[in-house]
Write a protein that binds this ligand. Structure first.
Ligand code: SAH
Length: 399
């Protein structure tokens, strides 16, 4: 075979014909839509995913086999049928009209190939491996891994900005792909006790690490200092990653940090994270919802007790809920919280659990009932999450 000529197509607003509505088309269509192509799908039947796209008006669907007219106005054809003869008739017709055609059934009979693709910020890597898709994917994966640790893929435009990155609950594998990419690009990382510490191990030696390890009830002045560091380093032209535990906007003062940056004219982006409110119960075998058991879950900060004048929580209303209560930062005030829930009508026998340092190798959890919670709390230390509700007992402890 002669050499292929690699090319990147601008499909925005251009008509692309996809023939076939099965697994191959299901995999190909989203990338075409992401490239802005107008997709004309011709197939007697569609997978549920493709039907969803058709129902949502993301593509047009002709519910029948291919007909020659389907090629009218088309820039590119993707043949996603197994039947060799049917594929041959589509690609033959495309060839006569000089339209490039990709074939899933026989790539050697196709006039165009789709590469294995990795996207990393502004960089797109496309790999062709002489007709071996398996090898192309393997090479692509290795390059994608290299890119994940390559700062050069981060554009200059992030210099002088701040990214608030949700680091997840503790397990270093539970950060998002985007969060990890930005972390690898940081000039400065501002981290505290809650961020997954193991991620910091991977930072380049020249990255400045500012550890603002906060005590649970530390002074508010600490937050002002953090804001000052974020703004100051960004104004000095550096790319600053503020690595936060869980999700930046769940009881993490992320909003305050965004405001401080905005007020100082420093551009800031927020990368969501896996919040401990959901993932830590899950790590202890507790789904926060379960059909026929809980149709709601409520996430509460317990750092201020029910009787405190500054409390913004309607504890009597929470006591009347049937669903799951997830309490963060609640260990210290747990006796008062439990007393309030019981006084306002939540059943003392409601299953309850406390999970400490969930998703890490230090994870510990204790199970009991709502009434048991104050005693259980004495066995554990922060950071811990309290879960109250029938979901606590819904799964066996080992599964
Ligand atoms: N933004 C974070 C929460 C910050 S508040 C998030 O979305 O997860 C801090 C509280 O979160 C802790 O006091 C504790 O209640 C809870 N927490 C965070 N990580 C935890 C973990 N790995 N295990 C148990 N609780 C955790």
């Amino acid at each position: 075979m002669t050499e292929l000529y690699p090319l990147a197509l601008r499909l925005d607003g251009r008509l692309v014909l996809v023939v076939g509505g099965g697994a191959v088309a299901t995999r190909r269509v989203p990338a075409l839509l992401a490239a802005g192509a107008q997709v004309r799908l011709v197939a007697p039947e569609l997978t549920p995913a493709l039907r969803g796209l058709a129902d949502a008006g993301r593509l047009t669907w002709q519910e029948r086999p291919f007909a020659e007219d389907d090629l009218d106005g088309v820039w590119l054809v993707q043949v996603a049928v197994d039947d060799h003869e049917a594929a041959e008739s589509v690609s033959g017709a495309a060839e006569r009209r000089r339209i490039f055609c990709v074939r899933a059934d026989d790539r050697h009979a196709a006039s165009a190939w789709t590469p294995a693709v990795a996207r990393h910020g502004a960089v797109t890597v496309a790999v062709l491996a002489g007709g071996s898709p398996r090898r192309a994917v393997a090479v692509r994966d290795r390059i994608a891994n290299l890119l994940a640790t390559d700062e050069a893929t981060v554009p200059e435009t992030v210099k002088g900005t701040v990214a608030l990155v949700g680091g997840g609950p503790g397990d270093p594998e539970l950060i998002t792909v985007k969060g990890r990419r930005l972390l690898a690009a940081a000039d400065v990382v501002v981290a505290d006790r809650l961020g997954p510490g193991l991620l910091l191990d991977e930072l380049r030696a020249d990255v400045e690490l500012v550890d603002v390890a906060k005590l649970p009830y530390g002074p508010a002045a600490q937050q002002e200092e953090i804001n000052r560091i974020l703004v100051g380093r960004a104004k000095a032209g550096l790319f600053v990653v503020r690595l936060k535990g869980g999700d930046p906007y769940v009881f993490g003062r992320g909003g305050e940090e965004v405001l401080a940056c905005a007020e100082a004219g420093v551009p800031v982006t927020v990368v969501p994270g896996v919040t401990s409110a959901i993932s830590v119960p899950a790590a202890a075998g507790i789904p926060v919802t379960h059909r026929r058991v809980a149709h709601e879950f409520t996430v509460i900060s317990g750092h201020i007790g029910p009787d405190h004048p500054d409390s913004l929580v309607d504890w009597p209303a929470l006591a009347r809920l049937r669903g799951t209560l997830v309490i963060l930062m609640g260990l210290k005030n747990l006796p008062a919280i439990v007393a309030s829930l019981l006084a306002h009508g939540r059943d003392a026998a409601t299953p309850a659990a406390i999970v400490q340092e969930g998703t890490t190798d230090q994870q510990k959890s204790v199970h009991g009932t709502l009434a048991d919670l104050p005693a259980l709390a004495e066995q554990l230390n922060p950071p811990a999450i309290v879960v109250i509700g029938d979901v606590v007992d819904v799964l066996p402890t080992t599964f």
